[in-house]
Design a protein around this ligand. Structure first.
Ligand SMILES: [Zn+2]
Ligand SMILES: [Zn+2]
Ligand SMILES: [Zn+2]
Length: 120
């Protein structure tokens, strides 16, 4: 499937060796051997998806373990949209009144009581 041969093969950002004819992944404006494209924390090989911070590669689990925030309501890491109430963070679907269970929409008034309980 290679139609043209490059005169100089790129070097791998992981091991700094030439990539040559090996399979490689392009990420962070660099090329990586497939084998060198690994999570910087657990060394697990990354596939088509990866997360990056400060030039380091992370698998999803390690990224969210380090940089993710826990939802105040359900204690699960938030990987999507986040609702903020003061310094508390919630999944949008967890952002509901602790008393009546009514879902609180963005922009609606609410009050925080007992540290993390929501009331409106
Ligand atoms: Zn390499
Ligand atoms: Zn990892
Ligand atoms: Zn939640």
């Amino acid at each position: 499937m290679e139609s043209s041969v490059k005169t100089e093969s790129p070097s791998c950002a992981g091991c700094l060796n030439n990539i040559g004819n090996s399979d490689y992944v392009s990420a962070l404006n660099q090329e990586w051997h497939k084998d060198c494209f690994r999570c910087s924390v657990c060394d697990g090989q990354l596939s088509s998806w990866y997360l990056e911070k400060g030039g380091l590669l992370f698998c999803q689990r390690d990224y969210w373990a380090r940089f993710g925030e826990l939802c105040q309501q359900c204690d699960q890491v938030m990987t999507g949209p986040v609702m903020a109430a003061g310094r508390h963070r919630f999944h949008p679907e967890c952002f509901s009144c602790a008393s009546c269970g009514a879902h609180i929409e963005p922009g609606e008034p609410y009050a925080l009581r007992e540290r993390s309980q929501l009331y409106w």
